[in-house]
Unconditional design. Structure first.
Length: 149
């Protein structure tokens, strides 16, 4: 019983063959374009977050390397980037790592991400032994409100 219906539907479709209009094609292309724009924006945002996290990791690794350097030399003074890379080989991949201050009992290092909106992460060891971790600009993708991480 259902076979005649199927045959009649198939023959009707063959007789009434009709393509898509230009307007229908344009609507489909616009929808695809909007979806692609949303996906690309989300992907870029995730890439920036990953680059910010990478810079933060380099700052922590540099802090560890500075402490290792201090254990060997009893001072932070005179440390170079090459010394830090020798202590922590992962720092060779840190493009924006800089030693801002290095004295006998104090240091400050900074690194910035290579994201679309770069975030700078700083680690400052005060002469008292207190560690301050700051970042700027505050309240951005990789830096929380208040600028401390």
């Amino acid at each position: 019983m259902s076979q005649p219906r199927v045959k009649t539907a198939a023959t009707r479709l063959k007789r009434e063959e009709r393509g898509l209009t230009l307007v229908e094609l344009l609507v489909v292309l616009i929808i695809i374009g909007l979806l692609a724009a949303i996906v690309i924006a989300a992907f870029t945002n995730q890439q920036d977050k990953a680059r910010d996290a990478d810079a933060k990791t380099h700052a922590r690794s540099a802090q560890t390397a500075m402490e290792s350097y201090f254990l060997e030399h009893k001072s932070y003074a005179g440390v170079t980037r090459a010394d830090l890379e020798e202590q922590q080989t992962s720092l060779r991949d840190a493009p924006n790592l800089a030693i801002v201050t290095a004295t006998a009992n104090e240091f400050e290092i900074e690194t910035s991400s290579v994201s679309t909106d770069p975030v700078t992460f700083r680690v400052h060891r005060l002469p008292t032994g207190t560690i301050e971790r700051t970042c700027s600009p505050a309240n951005s993708s990789g830096c929380p409100t208040g600028g401390n991480w």
